[in-house]
Design a protein around this ligand. Structure first.
Ligand code: SF4
Length: 397
């Protein structure tokens, strides 16, 4: 979509949400500048900035304005739920390693989704393990309703054309297929699964054919950054003719990455932000780099504050990359657990896990997530950074 049409569509969509003029002018100015960095993508009449936000003309976006910007709910805006811990692939950096317990059943997951929505969640990510291995995934997605954006994170394993069509019909809005390298051999090696690359490419084609928003979720290794290989990777992603490249870097969540060499520097983060902005101006693909969205100059880290993660066994954590629990939804409501967690998690400008992984290492006893007792002990020692720019405007009276 050309820039003029794109801006026109954005203005039209925002006018449809006319209550946005009641939001503080400083926040509206911030949002306009932020959104202006992306090109709107039109898929079947829905206008997407990127897949971390609902389409601007959706009921979910209206809830963002009404419940978070105007009513200023204390609840989360974004949640991720793991639909299973099972996965045929074996990534070194997987945040669901070393977890076990009794899996949440379909009724419990559906109940959890409704509770999260009542708390304010308007963006819901389904992850795993491999979420497509949950045989009730269509029924679960169908239960969400049309006022919450749904994103699926998948390796592509188990996908068929029929399943993709059923997911779309059930309300799936966007999907991220994992690809960590442009070379087949290397991607298969990283994923510990021969055939992972071809599985992902096939899944991308299938999802494109059913008409959902398709992105590739790529976890960039520090080595790739240091060897200046990211552009080569982006060129490959552009050749796939997808809507978006959802970029993140490896996080020091698991034992294999608990060292300084694995953690991205601020200079490297900023170089990825510049790369994102450059490619977005070219309008060939949307680059959505999480370190841009979660950078201190934008929305910052909202782990445990506006973001919540519930693993396949019901344990509640601040985000997928923070392997600590504040309780299990079988013992207490997710609302009560979230409130207790939020008291301890201010919104901040830097990534919580990047700053505090040494403490995860200290409290780890061979099983994830770190149990609640140890989590509370750990919280006495954690470091937080100042508020992000968005939070500074949001909380300023
Ligand atoms: S700790 Fe914060 S910035 Fe880091 S991955 Fe989690 S939500 Fe994102």
């Amino acid at each position: 979509m050309g820039k003029f049409r794109s801006n026109f569509a954005l203005v039209k969509s925002l006018l449809a949400n006319i209550r946005i003029i009641r939001v503080k002018p400083s926040i509206n100015w911030f949002l306009a500048k932020y959104m202006g960095k992306f090109n709107l993508v039109d898929i079947g009449g829905q206008f997407f900035i990127h897949s971390h936000l609902p389409s601007v003309n959706s009921k979910a976006f209206t809830r963002f304005i009404n419940e978070h910007l105007l009513a200023r709910t204390l609840g989360p805006s974004h949640a991720q739920i793991s639909l299973t811990n099972a996965c045929p692939q074996n990534c070194r950096y997987c945040y669901n390693k070393d977890r076990s317990g009794e899996l949440l059943n379909t009724a419990e997951i559906k109940q959890l989704i409704q509770e999260l929505k009542e708390m304010g969640v308007f963006w819901l990510g389904f992850t795993g393990g491999e979420p497509l291995l949950n045989k009730d995934i269509v029924e679960i997605i169908e239960s969400v309703g049309d006022n919450c954006a749904i994103k699926l994170f998948t390796s592509g394993c188990n996908l068929t054309e029929q399943l993709a069509a059923e997911l779309k019909k059930a309300g799936l809005l966007y999907v991220s297929v994992s690809l960590d390298h442009w070379e087949e051999k290397e991607h298969d090696r990283i994923r510990g699964y021969k055939g992972a690359f071809q599985t992902a490419l096939k899944a991308i084609d299938i999802f494109k054919s059913v008409g959902v928003h398709v992105s590739v979720s790529a976890v960039l290794s520090r080595e790739m950054l240091q060897k200046n290989q990211v552009e080569e990777f982006l060129k490959f992603l552009i050749s796939l003719d997808i809507h978006e490249a959802w970029l993140s870097e490896t996080k020091p969540t698991v034992e294999a990455l608990w060292n300084e060499d694995s953690v991205i520097t601020e200079e490297e983060r900023l170089s990825l932000v510049r790369l994102q902005d450059k490619y977005n101006k070219e309008e060939r693909i949307t680059i959505n780099y999480l370190g841009h969205f979660e950078g201190g100059e934008h929305f910052g880290c909202n782990a445990g504050n506006k973001m919540v993660y519930i693993d396949a066994f019901g344990e509640v954590s601040p985000c997928v990359f923070t392997p600590m629990t504040f309780g299990n939804v079988r013992d207490k409501s997710v609302q009560a657990i979230f409130s207790e967690m939020k008291e301890r998690f201010p919104s901040e400008s830097c990534c919580f896990i990047n700053q505090n992984y040494e403490l995860v290492k200290k409290f780890y006893k061979g099983q994830f997530p770190i149990n609640k007792e140890d989590t509370l002990e750990m919280m006495k020692e954690v470091r937080f950074s100042p508020l992000s720019e968005f939070s500074r405007l949001y909380y300023k009276r």
